[in-house]
Ligand binder design. Structure first.
Ligand SMILES: C[S@@+](CC[C@H](N)C(=O)[O-])C[C@H]1O[C@@H](n2cnc3c(N)ncnc32)[C@H](O)[C@@H]1O
Length: 207
């Protein structure tokens, strides 16, 4: 199933800047409770060998800061569509090379001087306009021996009663669409499901 947003790129960016213009101040505190699995992914990454990592949609730079605190010698970069978030991430991660761009077609192969060993996509795929293009682009950009690491909403199958539809409706209001079954399966070499199907962690190889 293809997921392509009907809104134009300009509309998408306008929405992101208006929304994150105010939400960035409360982002890290509030998202702690529902962007689950991010710490699982950063802990996994810190057990692996890599020197260059690019995050797609780094937001406030929360994940980059966690990684940098434990592995300060690595090179970090990011591609962010929202100017409001980019401003916040640049202030918080002065050691990272952060550029404005879209997951679907940004060229970040040489952002860190060589293709990244890891491309981290944390709760960004459920927001991009064209999921397939964003994944295909990351597969082109990552180093031939590297890996794309995705964490994002699962199918929420374990949430009881009205909880799952309520969460979906709430996410929809913020232009977030949990990835339908099959999207990650088409690309990933491994997929790990979090408790209650709340989140999924996928490992995607280079093209
Ligand atoms: C839900 S936030 C996740 C932020 C961060 N990765 C985290 O785990 O806390 C999604 C981020 O993706 C950005 N974003 C949305 N669409 C994008 C696109 N097409 N290309 C790049 N970034 C995008 C948003 O502006 C936002 O910063």
């Amino acid at each position: 199933m293809e997921i392509v947003s009907p809104v134009s790129r300009d509309e998408h960016k306008r929405f992101l800047d208006a929304y994150y213009g105010w939400a960035r101040d409360v982002y890290d505190v509030t998202r702690r409770y529902y962007l689950l699995g991010r710490d699982v992914v950063t802990a996994q990454l810190l057990r692996e060998p890599w020197n260059r990592l690019v995050e797609i949609g780094p937001g406030t730079g929360r994940n980059l800061r966690k990684l940098h605190a434990e592995r300060p010698v690595a090179l970090y970069g990011g591609i962010e569509a929202s100017s409001a978030m980019l401003e916040r991430a640049r202030a918080r991660c002065p050691w990272a090379l952060l550029e404005e761009g879209f997951a679907e077609d940004a060229d970040y192969r040489e952002l860190l001087g060589a293709p990244p060993d890891r491309v981290l996509v944390s709760y960004t795929l459920s927001m991009v306009q064209d999921v397939e293009r964003a994944i295909e682009n990351a597969r082109e950009m990552v180093s031939p021996r590297g890996e794309i690491v995705v964490v994002d909403f699962g199918d929420l199958r374990g949430l009881r009663g009205p909880l799952a539809p309520a969460l979906r409706a709430w996410l929809d209001a913020f232009h977030v669409t949990p990835l339908p079954q099959g999207v990650l399966e088409r690309h990933a070499r491994t997929i790990e499901d979090g408790p209650l199907g709340y989140y999924r962690i996928a490992r995607i190889p280079p093209r």
